[in-house]
Design a protein around this ligand. Sequence first.
Ligand code: EPU
Length: 420
Amino acid sequence: MDSLLIRGGTPLHGEVTVSGAKNAVLPILAATLLTAERCVIRRVPRLSDVTFMVQILRSLGAEVAMEGNTITVESPQIKGVGDYDLIRKMRGSICILGPLLGRLREASVSLPGGCVIGLRPVDLHLKGLRALGTSIEVRNGNIVAKAPDLRGAEIFLGGRSGPTVLGTANVMMAAVLAEGVTIIESAACEPEVTDLAVFLNAMGARITGAGSPTITIQGVSKLHGAEHEVIPDRIEAATFAIAAAVTNGEITIKGARAEHLGAVLDKLREAGVSIERKGTSLIVKRAGKLRPVDITTMPYSGFPTDAQAQMMVLMAVTEGTSIITERIFEGRFMHVPELARLGTDIAIEGPSAIVKGGKPLSGAPIMASDLRASAALVIAGMVAEGETVVNRIYHLDRGYENIDEKLRGLGAQIERVAER
Ligand code: EPU
């Protein structure tokens, strides 16, 4: 297993280019199963989660070619039974359920496991698919779904913590080939959902309203092949912006879509970070002394849960008290005890973390627990005095393309070493 060895204290400087969005490409790859024809997906980030999804597609019978950042998928014939062990490892694999149902009218897909950031149930996915006329049983850890008469319906998809991103994607992907009209109310508005709808429409689907809480899908009988370029990863862009502010550097983030980053940029500005937009580039640096800010994670267009851990590091180096409240995933504070090893003062009270910032940080061996927590630990390591070793960075490779290489390009002293 690899670790990252970081020598802290170097401000980030220079230019970095954002890769394609992990959370957009995973459902888009799943959507290629909806047609027998060839689909070409560009700006695909090289991530272990993507490799994983490709393995899943192949295990279902798809022919997949990967070249650089382009993936071509052709699925003349597929089967509806997913490989149990393959699928249960990655949460994102649940989004093959909708396309399999749409195309084959039946599917058996293993239940995705819970994970360290929270329970992550799939009740809303199942509720939505049932509303489309699917009979669903959970048997031996598998979701066994049959939909001989898949038909449009009005579906309310809001849950305890708001809408569901992959649930919306799943229902949308089944509904595109259902008979009649489907209206999803309280749909997730995340840009990744919109990107999926753009791809599905390029395949011949008839979807309107994606990006708003009401999505209307007029079912069609068949989809065809299409080409698509994945949107840039807003969370990767946010991670670099926060890293620049934490290390007191100045960087240009190229290929970012500022319109997808509203809440993050707003909070960064409130915290005393200057963000200048130049075309599709963002120039990020501190505007003066940092100020504490309170943050509550929310569904889009609110502050994203996927940038919460990184933002906590910014607050940890900012003098004063900030309160960070996590409203999407109940267990998403695994980075807090690891950050404490570097000298932070953060207390957890219910869904909130109280960050008493401004304490000096010093390097230590720490352990990554999930993807975004890992990113936060790396950022903290870059500002801590001395050496920090972040272990278990396979989490990081799931969702950040060449992150160590990109950070080195910005001047960070960071290298990949074998875990000690
Ligand atoms: N929820 C339910 N029932 C469901 C589905 C979700 O109660 O059937 C709850 C969840 O427990 C959570 C909330 O609804 O409290 C929102 O979860 P959502 O379904 O939106 O999450 P997801 O679709 O499983 C995607 C991203 C996550 C990101 C969330 C929220 C992918 C592959 N994953 O997950 O990304 O945090 O949306 O924006 O798209 C990450 O990239 O690090 C990551 C975890």
